[in-house]
Design a protein around this ligand. Structure first.
Ligand SMILES: *Cc1c(COP(=O)(O)O)cnc(C)c1O
Length: 383
């Protein structure tokens, strides 16, 4: 059976070149970077080179990069550590209603310890309103956290405008860039942010490794205490094989970024056009222009999205309803609710996210199967 993976926003396969780059660092260059001997020194060199390269690729300085176990830890650290470090100035944090659970749950935790949180609403395309943001800033606001692009609908948020507001008011700004790093051009100086989160498995690197960027001069309290690695900002012996893999994956992704955007967005647009042409009563979710090149979220009336995803899976096609994180709990997606979907449009939502391995045969196959399965579902179980 033909297999078509269209769930790259959930995770991507590790590039073979990345796996090969990592190979030496399991048993040959295996030293602890903190050790004084030559084994340690070799590992320390790999660490420093990786840090310098990653920093350069996003317009940062090496000392502004802190390696972590992924996007979730980066978001937890960015939010909690800034909240704690700036609590002498205030206790108010602003974020959005459609953030990843690792942001929203961190904020809920902080609320239990006395912080106040404002979650900005989004419009029907999933964008926050910067005027609302300005209005919600008060004298005690210490942190703004708004994602760069949403993982369910692909909408890109107006981060540069948010950054201009944050800078004017002297508030620290964090952005969850897990869906954008390696997918669209990104420079931390151009964005104007103070902290940013990233995860390697979303850009064809290994799972369980990521980093956060923290602009020089930004205060933080560490989340993980211990031996003082990463300049005391994240203790634990550095995961050198994965750090090397992250560096390689980011190099590849950024090196081919324009070509990939071209290829992936044109495949996405073709699939979208096929759906629009052949399947009645479909509406597309996400912003028409400010959207990731690989995202295609839509709602099919008169069907159950879960049932459709299961049928597509039987035909070898991987997609998702809502996001991988919320669908496990079987709850309707809060992101889709935040853009105003209810009833049939909420229930019939499907997310395709394309990636590097897709080709035009995948798109033709997917369009064909989708049409067949939706017709079938509508026929046998009209809602
Ligand atoms: C995947 C994802 C995360 C979590 O990253 P992990 O490395 O899986 O912990 C955070 N934010 C967004 C937007 C994501 O898509």
């Amino acid at each position: 059976m033909k297999k078509v993976y269209l769930d790259y926003a959930a995770t991507s396969p590790c590039e073979l070149e990345v796996v090969e780059e990592m190979r030496d660092y399991w048993d040959r260059i295996f030293g602890n970077p903190s050790s004084m001997h030559s084994w340690g020194e070799a590992a320390q060199n790999a660490l420093q080179e990786s840090r310098a390269k990653v920093a350069w690729l996003i317009g940062a300085k090496p000392e502004e990069i802190v390696f972590t176990s992924g996007g979730t830890e980066s978001n937890n650290t960015a939010i909690k550590s800034v909240a704690w470090a700036y609590s002498y100035k205030g206790n108010h944090i602003i974020s959005s209603a459609i953030e990843h659970p690792s942001v929203l749950e961190s904020l809920k935790f902080l609320e239990k310890t006395g912080f106040k949180v404002t979650l900005l609403e989004v419009d029907r395309f999933g964008r926050i309103d910067t005027k609302e943001l300005e209005k919600s800033i008060g004298p005690h606001t210490i942190l703004i956290s708004v994602m760069h692009a949403n993982n369910e609908i692909g909408t890109i948020e107006p981060i540069e405008e948010v950054a201009a507001i944050a800078r004017k008011r002297g508030i620290v700004l964090h952005t969850d860039a897990v869906q954008t790093i390696g997918h669209i051009p990104l420079d931390v100086k151009d964005l104007g942010i103070d902290l940013l989160s990233s995860s390697a498995h979303k850009f064809y690197g290994p799972k369980g490794i990521g980093f956060f960027y923290i602009k020089k001069g930004t205060k933080m309290e560490p989340l993980i205490h211990g031996g003082g690695q990463e300049k005391g900002r994240r203790s634990s012996t550095e995961n050198i094989p994965s750090i090397v893999g992250l560096r390689k994956a980011l190099e590849i992704s950024i090196g081919s970024i324009q070509k990939e955007i071209q290829k992936i967005s044109s495949l996405r647009d073709r699939l979208k056009e096929e759906i629009r042409k052949n399947i009645p009563q479909v509406s597309f979710n996400g912003h028409p222009e400010h959207i990731l090149p690989n995202s295609l979220s839509f709602s099919v009336k008169n069907i159950d999205g879960e049932a459709l995803a299961m049928r597509l899976n039987m035909e070898g096609i991987a997609c998702s309803t809502g996001s991988a994180c919320s669908s496990e709990k079987g709850l309707p997606s809060y992101t889709l609710q935040a853009i105003g979907l209810k009833g049939e449009l909420l229930r019939g939502a499907i997310r395709f996210s394309l990636g590097r391995q897709n080709n035009s045969e995948d798109i033709e196959y997917c369009a064909k199967v989708l049409k067949k399965e939706i017709e079938e579902l509508r026929r046998i179980s009209p809602l």
